[in-house]
Design a protein around this ligand. Structure first.
Ligand SMILES: C[S@@+](CC[C@H](N)C(=O)[O-])C[C@H]1O[C@@H](n2cnc3c(N)ncnc32)[C@H](O)[C@@H]1O
Length: 301
């Protein structure tokens, strides 16, 4: 049986300031084999879309099939497994970003060397100031920190050093190639206190109440399902644990165009999403070394 498949095709990521261009991530309808899923497992498959059936009532059937698909597609976009939409599919995120923003990262052919050069260069503000950023996390020997969207590991060694041999760093990624790279990197650098984990776009996959600090650098604007993943971060933090977000300022009229297009919303929108998820905002720690990025801290009450 044919399906309608909402595909997310190749996209771009301009997090490191190298990007002209626009996001070609599209939503297109195409036939797809039943059961096939995209790299995120988050594609919306709707059964019997275009129907290949022909016969005396073929035109009417086509019409009703298309109508049914359209209704189901709207329900899926609203976020539910309602009205017969396949229960094992996830909706196209309506409150986060299109999954296409992460398409490059989850691509099995990702060229890690290229991204290492982009993420780990001294004129990238957050990399240049990684040590000062990590200081704002207030880690102690023995702390447990989750680096959510660890990328190539720009912060891994710094975090590992701060928590010491008795602490734990969870380096979480949705990109299998970055996970592979991170595993090789922590092994070669002897960072035994680092656990690399392939996590889900909507789930950090960490044990409840196990983490002191959750850290996202240039990752929040990549989240495809903010409310869902925030709930899992909340659960993974110990009561009193902190969530630290570093992300790009996005100020219309001031921020350059590529960033305005790439980052879906500004600091206060993100802050509200996080407080809506039950976190309490804490005063910003000093971070005047950052110009292009802000840094904000929340607490799990
Ligand atoms: C712009 S990169 C930042 C990498 C790193 N934090 C840094 O600053 O160098 C964003 C990363 O977030 C990852 N990512 C996106 N959504 C994620 C999620 N829900 N959970 C874990 N990682 C995610 C992407 O695969 C990508 O590697």
């Amino acid at each position: 049986m044919a399906t309608i498949h909402v595909s997310r095709s190749a996209a771009w990521c301009a997090d490191v300031g190298d990007a002209a261009g626009s996001d070609p991530g599209d939503v297109s309808l195409k036939d797809e084999r039943k059961g096939e899923r995209g790299p995120h497992g988050g594609d919306v498959s709707l059964k019997d879309a275009r129907n290949g059936e022909r016969g005396p009532h073929g035109a009417a059937r086509s019409f009703f099939a298309m109508m049914a698909a359209a209704v189901a597609l709207s329900l899926a976009a609203c976020g539910g497994d309602k009205a017969g939409v396949k229960a094992d599919t996830k909706p196209e995120p309506s409150d986060g970003v299109k999954a296409s923003i992460n398409a490059k990262f989850v691509d099995p052919n990702l060229d890690v060397q290229t991204w290492t050069k982009r993420f780990e260069r001294e004129h990238r503000e957050v990399f240049k100031h990684r040590s000062a950023i990590v200081t704002t996390l207030g880690l102690r020997e023995g702390s447990v920190v989750a680096d959510i969207g660890a990328g190539t590991g720009a912060f891994t060694a710094e975090l590992a050093q701060r928590v010491g041999a008795q602490g734990r760093v969870f380096a979480l990624e949705i990109s299998p190639k970055f996970v592979e790279h991170l595993e090789a990197r922590v092994a070669s650098e002897g960072l035994t206190q680092v656990t690399v984990k392939l996590s889900e776009p909507d789930d950090v996959t960490l044990a409840a109440s196990s983490v002191d600090v959750a850290f996202l650098c240039d990752t929040y604007h990549h989240l495809e399902h903010p409310p869902l993943i925030l709930a899992t971060i909340f659960a993974a933090l110990k009561p009193g644990g902190r969530l630290v977000i570093v992300d790009f300022h996005r100020i219309p009229g001031k921020t350059r165009q590529w960033l305005l297009e790439h980052v879906r919303a500004g600091q206060e929108v993100f802050a509200k999403e996080i407080t809506d998820a039950g976190f309490e905002r804490l005063p910003d720690p000093p971070h005047d070394f950052l110009v292009e990025n802000y840094l904000m801290v929340f607490k799990r009450p």
